[in-house]
Write a protein that binds this ligand. Structure first.
Ligand SMILES: [Zn+2]
Ligand SMILES: [Zn+2]
Length: 452
């Protein structure tokens, strides 16, 4: 027997159509109705499209949609398909099995059911019933891809609620609060998720770990075998905001979630958000790298982030070196194909550690800034964040040598005298010449020592 469900509205979630029918028709026992509509629950489908075959048959007269068409137009399955593997890969049954089929594979839990006020206003104006859109329920999405507005939260998406949930929310609160720059980042995440939902795959890194790791290297988060996941996690939090990370249930202060998302993409609700966010960061950073005429710190929110001012200095060997006011330093490697890659270096972190050592030995911030050729506010910040020096940077020996060298120059009042007194100490820090103020480098050492 045919069930005459409404013709689905544009981008409507499957549960939304069913909920409207349940509300408008005398459906007494909803559990029984769902079994009738969807077929025996718990039946294991070997082919992903099979799970909607019963629904397709039951709605054939009203909808005339194949099981595959139902899945592609009324559920979030196309999104999971792209995030977790090529379309049609049965492995998508992993994340999907955690969500009720009739929900349209809406994930239970964070951040819950979302709607856009302007979209509902549009429904009211068109005399359409207000309904739940797929693009708003995607993992990680908090803005409307049509209106750019922050979505409102209608509470947790528990299966029990979905068929009775109302569409009257006059005092709903925004899904998350944040700054203007964070909203821009949320919007980029929403547009990426929306693209994946519509079958687009703008990035090969979703299915190819090699491509993904190549992006990690290019954006300055990897060097050799080591990945700087902690900095990656911090940079994501800087762009999206701490409130967003909390709402999504992604830990801000550790990088285990990132390691899982990057290296062992297991299925599940949390992982789909992580995988999406990693893709957003790497795609965004790499576009920034390709489009910007000047070097931008990977930690910057945008190209004009006041907390990440980059200056260029030529080091002893003539290599242009970029120093960010946050303490990060890097060189830009250009390949024949025109691609640019950020290669983190040790010099910036060394200067930050040197600043911290000198401060602990009684040097004033102004003095440290003058000696190291930095701005006072940057030194203050770097000392404060000194503990954030990343594992692969944890070679503090050179920083200790530099601090001792600066103290020796100060003590003797002249870099050349210091050079005569302790050539070996100078040699330990000679490679850093160019990074700190000229008065600290002995003219006597030119040019042989400087080229070390
Ligand atoms: Zn909208
Ligand atoms: Zn920076």
């Amino acid at each position: 027997m045919t069930v005459y469900l409404d013709e689905p509205l544009p981008d409507e979630m499957l549960f939304s159509v069913i909920a409207r029918y349940v509300r408008m028709s005398p459906v007494g026992d909803t559990a029984r109705f769902l079994r009738y509509l969807m077929g025996p629950l718990g039946a294991v489908a070997t082919d992903e499209t099979l799970r909607f075959e019963h629904l397709s048959a039951q709605t054939d007269a009203a909808w005339g949609r194949s099981a595959r068409a139902i899945q592609d137009t009324l559920t979030l399955a196309p999104f999971y398909s792209t995030v977790f593997g090529p379309s049609g890969d049965p492995s998508i049954s992993g994340p999907n099995s955690r969500c009720a089929q009739w929900s349209g594979f809406l994930e239970p839990g964070r951040p819950g059911l979302r709607f856009c006020r302007s979209c509902w206003r549009r429904d009211d104006n068109l005399n359409d019933p207000r309904y739940w859109r797929r693009s708003h329920q995607l993992p990680g999405v908090v803005t409307c891809i049509w209106h750019g507005e922050i979505l409102c939260l209608a509470g947790a998406a528990t299966a029990r609620r979905l068929l009775t949930v109302d569409t009257q929310f006059d005092d709903a609160r925004p899904a998350v609060d944040g700054s203007a720059s964070e909203v821009i980042a949320w919007d980029a995440v929403a547009r990426l998720a929306g693209q994946l939902l519509r079958g687009g795959c703008p990035w090969a890194g979703f299915s190819d770990l090699g491509v993904c790791l190549e992006y990690v290297q290019r954006c300055g988060y990897g060097r050799g075998a080591s990945l700087d996941l902690a900095r990656m996690s911090r940079d994501l939090t800087t762009r999206l905001g701490g409130a967003y990370m909390r709402v999504m249930g992604v830990a801000r202060n550790d990088s285990i979630w990132l390691r899982r998302a990057l290296l062992r993409p297991t299925r599940g609700s949390l992982q789909s958000v992580s995988t999406l966010l990693v893709a957003y960061l790497l795609m965004d950073s790499s576009t920034r790298l390709a489009n910007s005429n000047f070097a931008v710190c990977p930690g910057a929110k945008s190209e004009h982030d006041e907390d990440h001012r980059v200056s260029r200095k030529n080091m002893g060997d003539g290599t242009p070196h970029y120093f960010c006011s946050c303490g990060f330093s890097f060189i830009c490697q250009q390949f024949n194909c025109g691609d640019v890659s950020i290669v983190p270096t040790q010099v910036g972190p060394d200067l930050a550690v040197t600043a911290a050592i000198l401060a602990s030995r009684g040097y004033s911030v102004v003095r440290i800034a003058g000696t190291l050729g930095l701005e006072v506010r940057d030194v203050e910040r770097q000392i404060r964040y000194g503990i954030e020096v990343r594992p692969w940077h944890r070679r503090t020996v050179r920083a200790r040598h530099l601090a001792s060298w600066i103290q020796l120059v100060d003590h003797l009042g002249d870099a050349n005298l210091a050079f005569q007194r302790d050539v070996r100490l100078w040699r330990q820090v000679a490679a850093l010449a160019g990074a700190f103020s000229e008065g600290m480098a002995p003219a006597l050492a030119e040019p042989i020592e400087r080229s070390l």
